[in-house]
Design a protein around this ligand. Structure first.
Ligand code: 4AD
Ligand code: MG
Length: 469
């Protein structure tokens, strides 16, 4: 057996009469007089292969075991299909049953199972229509991301996952420590923790260390020597928020550009979203058609609209005025200085403007320490891209490149200067204007697929109370 194979998606392109083998998992089997119809999928494309098994071709004992979830290889040939909606089907001449799936206990046979239920069997849900489509789009979006940056001369770099500095200064970090030991307790299956030492200098790294919340700070160091770089990796946030848009472990794409200001940053963000979405429209047609039909009725229209129309650009101050004058009752009242809630972001993008918005120049109090201060002393050169249905999809900024201003800001926020010594060195030696942003990969996937819960666009979600699989 070799990894090289004819995928189901390739079988559809073979001329009728061609002999081939079809590998995959059975979606359904339907028997009628003298013939069985089997829908087979190997995940290579949205469409299932229809396999025809004529009476007597397969031993009845074997055929009986070819039920939903079974893994098989059919040998046979491609034939023209009399059925509507498909050009060809597969006529079996023989079968090898790799693994049966007992219908009495196979968990994935209920049609129309809820997404909540499928989350509990996330190791099997990939075999259904929805999750195959989600993961194929996820794959294509990752490929399109690399291709977007590579075409523009950005270098792909990897930043540490374990770090001693809080990149956002927000403190929502998971500690990484070997001082904590899990012990079996008297109650079986209920381990207890034991702290070997409370002294961080005795810990693995000799000081407190955490899972990173963002690769930005290290990406900045690389941009200050390689000009344009990007990261694409996992990030971690210990925020205790169980919303449909938050994960404790998510993937972030973070470009960082030397010799670039906020305007250039916004241009890159807009170009990026348009190109990646356009690529998915061009290359994942069957999967998108499914989401459009079953998940989000306006999906294709919205995506095409996003690709073809310019994003609205507003300052935070302008947005607050629109919100105040809009006559809408919000759960969280709006006034200058408040952080925008998802209801505000959605009203702006969905009701007021009707397409993605880039909001800039937020009050410094609600943004991270590294953003470049504006001359007004009140706002910083931040930009968030807000999308209908999703709210914030990208967060970015021009960075503070002036040493004295940055040091003063860190101190003003009550953060220690020491862990940032190397970050401050960038401003001490050969500083330059620079900017970048972070795009939450799963937020992008929510937007492109129309799926409603972020837990359903990543194979295995990590959220408060959940680290299964
Ligand atoms: O706005 P954030 O916090 O920005 C940063 O981390 C910057 N360091 C990025 C940079 O400038 N290089 O996060 C960026 C994006 C958000 O816009 C959102 O799409 C996503 O990351 N995000 C999350 N996605 C899923 N679950 C969470 N808990 C998320 N928190 C942020
Ligand atoms: Mg943000």
């Amino acid at each position: 057996m070799d990894y090289r194979r004819t995928y189901v998606r390739d079988l559809f392109n073979l001329a009728p009469g061609t002999e081939a083998s079809a590998y995959g998992w059975v979606k359904t089997r339907r028997d009628s007089k003298g013939i069985s119809f089997i829908q087979l999928s190997d995940g290579s494309c949205f469409k299932d292969l229809q396999v025809i098994v004529n009476d007597g071709v397969i031993a009845p004992d074997t055929l009986k075991q070819i039920t939903t979830g079974a893994c098989v290889r059919f040998d046979g040939k491609i034939v023209e299909s009399p059925a509507a909606g498909q050009a060809v089907e597969f006529e079996a001449a023989g079968v090898e049953l790799y693994g049966a799936a007992d219908p009495a206990i196979y968990p994935l046979q209920k049609k129309g199972a809820s997404f909540e239920y499928l989350r509990d069997i996330a190791h099997l849900r990939v075999r259904g229509n929805t999750f195959g489509a989600v993961y194929r789009i996820r794959n294509r979006a990752a490929f399109a991301t690399h291709s977007f940056f590579q075409k523009r001369g950005f270098h792909y770099i990897n930043t540490p996952i374990i770090t001693a500095s809080d990149a956002e200064g927000a403190g929502a970090m998971f500690a990484v420590s070997t001082l904590l030991e899990a012990h079996e307790s008297k109650e079986p299956g209920k381990p207890t923790f034991h702290l070997k030492s409370a002294d961080p200098s005795e810990d693995f790294f000799g000081k407190p260390a955490y899972l990173t919340v963002s690769g930005q700070l290290e990406a900045e160091t690389l941009a200050m020597g390689m000009t344009n770089v990007y990261t694409f990796g996992p990030t971690f946030r210990a925020e205790n928020s169980s919303t449909s848009r938050h994960l404790a472990e998510f993937w972030m794409i973070e470009p960082e550009m030397a010799f670039c200001d906020l305007a250039g940053d916004m241009n890159l963000a807009e170009e990026f979203l348009k190109e990646v979405i356009g690529d998915i429209i061009d290359n994942c047609g069957d999967d998108l058609a499914f989401f459009n039909q079953r998940i989000e009725p306006q999906l294709l229209e919205t995506l095409n609209h996003v690709v073809s129309s310019p994003f609205e650009r507003l300052t935070y101050t302008e947005a607050i005025k629109l919100l105040e004058q809009g006559g809408e009752k919000f759960e969280y009242p709006v006034s200058w200085g408040v952080d925008l809630q998802s209801e505000h972001e959605r009203w702006l993008t969905e009701v007021k403007i009707g397409r993605p918005i880039i909001l800039t120049d937020y009050p410094k109090e609600i943004k991270a320490f590294y953003m470049r201060a504006n001359e007004d002393g009140k706002t910083v050169r931040a930009m968030d891209v807000l999308a209908p249905r999703i709210g914030e999809i990208i967060g970015g900024s021009q960075r503070e490149e002036r040493l004295d201003v940055l040091e003063a800001r860190i101190t003003e926020l009550g953060l220690p200067l020491e862990p940032y010594w190397w970050y401050l060195d960038l401003r001490r030696f050969g500083s330059a204007p620079h900017a970048g942003f972070g795009l939450g990969f799963e937020r992008l996937l929510l937007y492109v697929t129309g799926m409603k819960n972020i837990r359903d666009v990543i194979p295995y979600h990590r959220t408060p109370g959940h680290a299964e699989f």
